[in-house]
Design a protein around this ligand. Structure first.
Ligand code: SF4
Length: 222
């Protein structure tokens, strides 16, 4: 019964390849302000902010970096203080020991192998200590060179609800999305889903009657 309901819903909205462009266009119009919520002024600040954002909110990271970035500017600055001092400076973001160690390891590698600059290629970014694929994807996209699609909790939930993937594993979801989302939109697409997920397609209470994707979504309830 449930299965035929899902099948009916998928038939009603049509194949995902035909829906993806209208989905993106409508979300662009609806959330014209969708972009990364972290505040940074340089590639180094971007990288540090994204590393600090693991397991905490962007608002919390911005609060910490507002003073952190007054003190630390270049990669060398993160290595010029004892690890304990950096731990204290990022304490409020949680997991401060792991994060301080990862940031210092990353800064050392940037100095040794990348001339003190943040590399734009995904395969270089994931070599940096403590930089996982999700972090690397966010950084590469913000540097203007998206090479993948960031999959966080909102992106996963909305991709599933919109019938763009049947998977639960972020790596498989990313692969499904890469097959249908136009390359030019790889950087923006996650922000569109994240903002739509926060404002309309809320986890426990999706606002389907108010949703601009109502006729394109197999999970719509109306
Ligand atoms: S129609 Fe409902 S379930 Fe589908 S994207 Fe919109 S809010 Fe989410």
């Amino acid at each position: 019964m449930a299965r035929s309901f899902v099948g009916e819903a998928r038939k009603r909205v049509g194949p995902k390849r035909e829906r993806i462009v209208p989905i993106i266009e409508r979300l662009k119009a609806e959330h014209a302000d969708a972009r990364i919520a972290l505040r940074f002024r340089s590639d180094i600040e971007l990288l540090v902010s994204v590393m600090l954002s693991a397991q905490t909110t962007d608002v919390n990271v911005n609060r910490v970096t507002a003073t952190l970035f007054e003190k630390y500017h270049r990669p060398e600055d993160y290595l010029a203080v004892p690890q304990e001092e950096l731990e204290r400076d990022i304490y409020a973001t949680g997991f401060f020991r792991q994060k301080a160690k990862a940031i210092r390891g990353t800064m050392a590698m940037l100095i040794e192998e990348y001339d003190g600059r943040v590399p734009g290629r995904l395969e270089d970014l994931v070599r940096l200590p403590g930089v996982a694929r999700k972090t690397a994807n966010v950084v590469a996209a913000e540097l203007g060179e998206p090479q993948g699609i960031v999959v966080d909790t909102h992106v996963r939930r909305l991709s599933q609800r919109l019938g763009l993937t049947r998977h639960d594993d972020p790596v498989k979801i990313e692969r499904d999305l890469q097959r249908i989302v136009p390359r030019a939109d790889w950087g923006l697409f996650p922000h569109l889903l994240i903002w739509h997920g926060r404002r309309v397609c809320i986890a426990q209470a999706p606002q389907c009657p108010e949703c601009v994707l109502l006729d394109l979504c197999p999970s719509a309830r109306f």
